[in-house]
Design a protein around this ligand. Structure first.
Ligand code: TD4
Ligand code: CA
Ligand code: ZN
Length: 311
């Protein structure tokens, strides 16, 4: 069923587990994510970035938003588990308006690279637009390390828990993504993986709302190896360690954003399939090989987060 992100995450917050928010840019990823959630009897959030909206609309993001909504709606209506559609890293008001107009379940307004007051005011405005429509809002405080959304910030600026308290009180935002040391992509840590759990604990104490972990991919070494074996060149990839992710969930993370794990898995399995099936020209077979592997990795992540059986 098509669902409210807020309801999904409030339940997760009350019961102490996390729900996966998986990004998609095409039909195959969406099919795989919904199939995995259904098989695990799990609530799930599917997300489009602004880039995904453009891609799905073949250059026209409003068309892409409608495409995303109609596809998700069709799939959601055909399963019994809650499926919510979320706009990930909304940075431009027009994209947020496209999402609000087409019926997304929730939007993220990401003004984390702006000064605190500007982030607060901008978030407040989006909340005022979204809440009357029954749509919930996520915002971000602090910056992710490394390259985020084509904006590179040299070093991570982690969330300030006191600021988080004020931010949530004044904006009435539904979910908050506190920067605690993760980053997007396959290269998260140069040396040892370090997350700031003390900060996370305080942010939860002060806000009590569902918290979001961005850059939460674990970057499975076996998939990186598989990709490299079949011609990829990925060196020094490192994700969030399993125990760190577990601990973050224990301390109050309820939405876990995963994109890179799916990208690597899909790419690795496509390489393998194409190499081993050199005469194959049927796109359903080729993309299907990637899709089957996506179902497995998403089921795996759902179980890890503890949202299996929570539909
Ligand atoms: O928010 N996300 C997903 C980011 C998606 C970026 O999409 P574009 O390439 O279209 O900008 C995450 O936090 C995922 O983190 P991960 O650890 O999977 O990279
Ligand atoms: Ca950001
Ligand atoms: Zn993110």
């Amino acid at each position: 069923m098509y669902a409210s992100t807020k309801e999904i995450l409030e339940k997760a917050n009350k019961e102490g587990y996390a729900v996966g928010a998986f990004n998609f840019n095409d039909l195959e990823f969406l099919q795989a994510i919904v199939e995995a959630a259904d098989a695990e009897n799990a609530p799930v959030i599917v997300a489009t970035s602004e880039g995904a909206m453009k891609y799905l609309g073949n250059g026209d993001p409003f068309r892409g938003a409608r495409m995303a909504y109609e596809m998700v709606r069709t799939f959601a209506d055909s399963v019994n588990v809650p499926v919510a559609l979320h706009l990930d890293h909304g940075k431009h008001l027009e994209f947020i308006l496209y999402a609000l107009r087409t019926g997304y379940s929730s939007v993220m307004i990401d003004l984390s690279d702006k000064p605190f007051e500007e982030n607060l005011e901008g978030t407040k405005k989006v909340v005022e637009l979204a809440h009357p429509l029954g749509i919930s809002v996520e915002a971000e405080l602090g910056k992710l390390a490394g390259v985020e959304d084509n904006v590179s910030s040299r070093e991570s600026v982690l969330v300030d828990p006191e600021e988080a308290k004020k931010f949530v009180e004044e904006t009435n935002v539904d979910f908050l993504a506190p920067a605690i040391g993760t980053s997007h992509g396959a290269f998260k840590f140069k040396g040892e993986a370090k997350l700031d759990f003390e900060r996370l604990k305080k942010v939860k104490q002060y806000t009590k709302i569902p918290l979001v972990l961005h850059g939460a991919s674990m970057v499975p070494p076996e998939k990186v190896e598989l990709a490299n074996k079949y011609g990829a060149e990925i060196k020094g990839a490192k994700g969030v360690p399993a125990d760190a992710l577990k601990k973050a969930i224990e301390l109050g993370i309820n939405k876990v954003n995963v994109d890179t794990d799916l990208r690597i898995t899909f790419m690795a399995e496509l390489r393998k399939y194409l190499t081993e099936n050199r005469s194959q020209i049927d796109p359903r077979k080729i993309l299907g090989a990637g899709k089957d592997a996506l179902v497995e990795i998403v089921r795996d992540r759902i179980r890890f987060l503890g949202s299996n059986g929570k539909a």
